[in-house]
Design a protein around this ligand. Structure first.
Ligand SMILES: *[C@@H]1O[C@H](CO)[C@@H](O)[C@H](O)[C@H]1NC(C)=O
Ligand SMILES: *[C@@H]1O[C@H](CO)[C@@H](O)[C@H](O)[C@H]1NC(C)=O
Length: 229
């Protein structure tokens, strides 16, 4: 697939917002989830290590913890730690680490910990439009190209200097197929650093991609938001 660089200079088209993104945050009766800012606390690292070890043991995997990205705590009988972490798969450090979300129940007085869930970090989903599908291979060069476009367009629009680190989740929707034109929307969750933070921040972007004659690509940045899910 070829892309014509001339076509990247497309004005930000807010009116082309085709999506209604669900902002629904998981409701939970057990109590509020409270974010903790000090995610480098050794106690948090210990719980993350426990989650990864326990997942490896139960699922016969070989993940290695790289970093904790987010930590939230909920009071139950004890405390639930909900961690978003990055882990390498096995010893192949050439492959970027992936994001996972783990929940660990901690009952400190009993010296008890239990991994109650461990899954790929699933993001806020797009509205219940059935035509949206998960992008299977987010390391696909075209997906990276779309993400790169979103970041560079955002940078020039808002005078920022974000650097794309990784795409962590993607959804795609094909919204129209005319005789010589294919229109797709991509919603990508990506990590980017601004050079001041040690830990990359997560952003959710939506890009409309129009393919003309299957060789000319026009991309429009529909939205670019910090990930709040
Ligand atoms: C975070 O926790 C660690 C370990 O308890 C401590 O050394 C560090 O000072 C804390 N940082 C902040 C900003 O509270
Ligand atoms: C740990 O959590 C899992 C999943 O919720 C549950 O099936 C299991 O019984 C728990 N183990 C203990 C010892 O409580």
């Amino acid at each position: 697939m070829q892309q014509n660089p001339r076509c990247l200079i497309i004005p930000l088209t807010l009116l082309s917002l085709l999506l209604i993104l669900s902002n629904t945050i998981e409701a939970d009766n057990a109590g509020e989830w409270t974010s903790i800012t000090n995610i480098t606390d050794p106690k948090v690292t210990d719980i993350a290590e426990f989650a990864v070890d326990e997942y490896n043991r139960q699922s016969k995997k070989n993940l290695r913890l790289e970093a904790v990205i987010r930590c939230e705590i909920q009071s139950v009988v004890g405390e639930n730690y909900r961690l978003v972490l990055r882990a390498y798969r096995g010893t192949v450090f050439t492959v970027p680490p992936k994001a996972y979300q783990a929940v660990v129940l901690v009952q400190a007085w009993k010296d008890f910990k239990n991994l109650t869930s461990f899954q790929h970090f699933l993001v806020r989903k797009v509205a219940s439009d059935e035509e949206w599908t998960s992008v299977e291979d987010i390391s696909d060069p075209f997906v990276m190209f779309v993400a790169g476009f979103a970041v560079s367009h955002y940078n020039s629009q808002w005078k920022r200097s974000l650097k794309l680190e990784e795409v962590i989740k993607g959804y795609q929707q094909t919204s129209g197929e005319l005789s010589n034109q294919l229109v797709s929307n991509y919603q990508l969750d990506l990590w980017a650093t601004d050079g001041t933070e040690a830990v990359p921040a997560t952003y959710q972007v939506v890009v409309k991609v129009e393919l003309f004659e299957l060789w000319e690509t026009v991309m429009t940045l529909t939205s670019f938001d910090p990930f709040l899910g």
